[in-house]
Write a protein that binds this ligand. Structure first.
Ligand code: HEM
Length: 482
């Protein structure tokens, strides 16, 4: 293990020692002589503010961890539309940046982190599993799991505040487990708490490793308590997925039954075409479990928060529901009715503009590339700040205001100005699934509750965990509708 860690460090050092100093052309915000910008980046609650501060020096800036003559890591941070379009639409930037390395212990070579031909092959295999005919079958799951959430929310009726995020997060974990693995884990009802705890621990450790100089390197991470916590959590997470796979492998897949989970589809593909090993299937299911629950939980919670703050928008969402279902609070909602919730879709888009669940993404330049007269050397990490891109007044006038109507006339002239699901060939494969799930859950809550702001107003303290979160919760007041 020591040998592997030493090898990783050696490769890392090789790339930096042989790298031409092409980044010297980019502006570098003031940083510590020795540590560079390491301390600025060390707090997850401050990262978005820090990025904003850096971006006041230019639309694209260079940051470094470590002394300028020998930084252990350098990166470009950008909110520049042109560079973002250049990166996301190019095949030269399909590889993820160094930070994604920390996901590998959990997700292995799953779609989110893999690269090259390996990624291409997996993407081709997985794309058909998100076909709308498959998604249509998941609406029942969104609806039944959403009903449990509504039941749970009833006990907060009329209370001065409820923090939506933890409750919604359990709901989306139940959804992804049933759709990805075909297994009900009932975490909303308090079951499988060890699994929930392990997911939480892993998300925390992954983010802390990015920002902590000690946890960053495998060599020193072994000395930390979190290394052992991670080992325990991974045993639970991998063990759980493998148990589900093993038990479903023993059951013959009945392709004529209406509903097939992603796992069933992957097992079928693997049997018919011998395309995926059991370990590879495990990696993809784990990837869906990771990428498919926290993202939607943040999306749903922030959208509901925006609706609480904007009663006139909420009223229009309710009108749309009434136009579809009259005063029925518990209709049997179909796929096509979810598709017809157009105004709600604008609301969700606007909430994802202001509060993108994945506020930053990172890519690695595969080869030396010229952009706008600058040379970007190979192996440069490029951090795209979706959060700041979405608040650019050139593309979104009055960018801090919540105005869903702006998406009625969003004509796509600047397609890379709104990228909550990223864009290009490495965009989010679960985008349609996510929007359907969010519509199902949010519309259900709006039919049952009026959502009001708390008094005094709850100010969000945004932080960058694995996804965008609010450190002090996402609090609103719920009032049951008659
Ligand atoms: C509001 C909800 C969601 C948002 C905002 C979101 C956003 C994103 C973004 C920005 C990326 C690109 C990440 C990067 O380049 O590093 C991504 C990739 C991905 N997402 Fe999502 N996501 C959401 C929900 C989901 C769901 C529900 C699933 C699965 C069921 C999913 C599965 C994936 C996968 C597998 C990738 C990697 C795709 C690839 O690299 O080929 N996501 N997502």
């Amino acid at each position: 293990m020591l040998l592997v860690a030493t090898l990783i460090v050696a490769i890392f050092l090789y790339f930096f020692l042989t790298k031409k100093d092409g980044l010297a052309n980019f502006i570098e915000p003031p940083g510590h002589l020795i540590l560079g910008h390491m301390l600025d980046m060390a707090s997850i609650t401050r990262v978005l503010h820090t990025l904003k501060k850096f971006l006041t020096y230019g639309k694209t800036v260079k940051i470094r961890l470590g002394p300028s003559i020998f930084p252990i890591s350098e990166a470009l941070i950008t909110e520049d539309y042109n560079l973002i379009e250049f990166v996301l639409s190019s095949n030269k930037f399909l590889k993820k940046s160094a930070n994604y390395y920390f996901l590998r212990s959990w997700l292995g070579n799953g779609l989110l982190v893999s690269s090259g031909n390996y990624w291409k092959k997996r993407r081709k295999i997985l794309t058909p599993t998100f076909h709308f005919e498959i998604l249509r079958q998941f609406v029942d799951v969104f609806e039944s799991v959403g009903n449990v959430l509504v039941d749970k929310l009833e006990k907060y009726d009329g209370l001065p505040s409820v923090d939506l995020h933890p409750l919604v997060s359990l709901c989306t974990l139940d959804v992804i487990s049933e759709t990805a693995m075909g297994t009900k884990i009932n975490v909303q009802s308090g079951e499988n708490s060890q699994y929930v705890q392990s997911v939480k621990e892993m998300c925390r450790i992954i983010v802390e490793r990015i920002f902590s100089p000690i946890k960053f390197f495998d060599l020193t991470f072994f000395l930390c308590k979190d290394y052992y916590i991670q080992r325990k959590a991974l045993k639970v997470l991998h063990g759980f997925t493998m148990d589900v796979i093993n038990s479903r492998q023993k059951t013959p897949i009945n392709t004529t039954t209406k509903k097939m989970a992603f796992l069933d589809l992957l097992l079928k593909i693997s049997r018919d075409e011998n395309a995926l090993s059991v370990d590879e299937i495990r990696e993809e299911v784990d990837t869906f479990m990771f990428e498919g629950h926290d993202t939607t939980a943040s999306g749903i919670s922030f959208t509901l928060y925006c609706l609480a703050e904007h009663s006139e928008v909420q009223e229009k969402v309710l009108e749309e529901q009434k136009a579809l279902f009259g005063n029925e609070k518990n209709p049997v909602v179909t796929y096509s009715e979810l598709q017809r919730m157009k105004y709600l879709e604008y609301v969700i888009k606007e909430a994802l503009r202001l509060y993108p669940s994945v506020p930053v993404i990172g890519r690695l330049a595969r080869e030396e590339t010229e952009f706008d007269g600058y040379l970007i050397p190979s192996y440069t990490n490029i951090v795209i700040s979706i959060f700041h891109l979405h608040r650019n007044p050139n593309y979104f006038p009055d960018p801090e205001d919540f105005k869903p109507e702006r998406f009625e006339s969003f004509d796509g002239s600047f397609p890379y100005s709104f990228v909550p699901f990223s864009a290009g060939s490495r965009n989010c494969i679960g985008q349609k699934f996510a929007v359907l799930e969010m519509k199902s859950v949010i519309s259900k809550i709006i039919r049952h509750f009026e959502i009001r702001p708390t008094f005094p107003k709850h100010e969000l303290e945004l932080s960058l965990a694995a996804v965008l979160k609010s450190e002090n919760g996402v609090k609103v007041v719920l009032k049951k509708r008659d």
